[in-house]
Design a protein around this ligand. Sequence first.
Ligand SMILES: NC(=O)c1ccc[n+]([C@@H]2O[C@H](COP(=O)([O-])OP(=O)(O)OC[C@H]3O[C@@H](n4cnc5c(N)ncnc54)[C@H](OP(=O)(O)O)[C@@H]3O)[C@@H](O)[C@H]2O)c1
Length: 285
Amino acid sequence: MSGLHGCNCLVTGASRGLGAEIARGLWTAGCNLLLVARNGLALESLISSLPSRADQRAVALKADLGDPAAPERVVARARELFPTLDVLVNNAAIQGPVGPSWENSWDGWQSTIQVDLLAPVALCRLVVPWMAGRGRGKIINLSGGGGTSPRPNFSAYAAAKTALVRFSETLAVETRELGIEVNCIAPGAMSTAMQESIVASGPSMAGQKEYETAQRVLREGSTALEKAAALCVLLASPESDGISGRLISAVWDPWERLPEQLDQLRESDVYTLRRIVPNDRGLDW
Ligand SMILES: NC(=O)c1ccc[n+]([C@@H]2O[C@H](COP(=O)([O-])OP(=O)(O)OC[C@H]3O[C@@H](n4cnc5c(N)ncnc54)[C@H](OP(=O)(O)O)[C@@H]3O)[C@@H](O)[C@H]2O)c1
């Protein structure tokens, strides 16, 4: 991937799963990395597995994004390390409580909103003025199941991820004149700890369909993970310039050719969250 060499990137949730794959992809593209998660040892181990490059650096930062004070600490560390920030990837998330919303632990519901919505928004608020100073920046927020349709038994997660998409669309408009582009990725079901936690919840809490899908995804392996990481690298790179305010599916959308469709994309609401009206469904009322 061209154009990313020497770029400075902040990636949350890089200790495993998709975040680790994104970190590897950005490293391969020549980026410097600040990697954030609670498991500092896993971050260090990922960093030591990266092929050594004399002109790049990767740094681990142990932080709990469930702590409302953490985003400020994370960005303060990024400012110590990097003179400028090119890319923020808000990937860290938790599944949150599983089961009917009225039976969920309220603490669990609130901490899901903290980690999956408030922390990414706080990080965006902190990096936008920094990126704006240079007139350039890319923000990539990870959406997820429930972002575009109801997801029974995962209400906190679904609500946080939907709100993150609407926030990203809004921020994309607010930052249009600042040279900052903001997009979301729907990575699709990936074989990670998140799917393991669905299986561990069991069919009675997660629902039979979710349970069986998670089992299948864990059996089938990592194609979706690699596709989502590749889409993230594209959205971080100058090759995606002009694409902003979109929710792009790593699995279902023809995103490899998206830079060729820029004019039509800019003029349309393709890949955005909108309300369906009767006419959209062939109804005449
Ligand atoms: N897996 C799927 O099927 C799927 C589908 C759609 C969307 N997504 C989205 O894709 C992204 C990556 O998911 P994944 O499957 O790779 O999840 P994962 O394997 O569970 O990894 C989540 C990452 O977030 C970090 N994290 C969780 N809570 C944190 C906290 N309080 N503070 C800091 N870091 C925290 C974890 O690190 P520590 O535990 O070390 O803190 C880990 O690195 C998420 O945004 C998820 O919602 C996943």
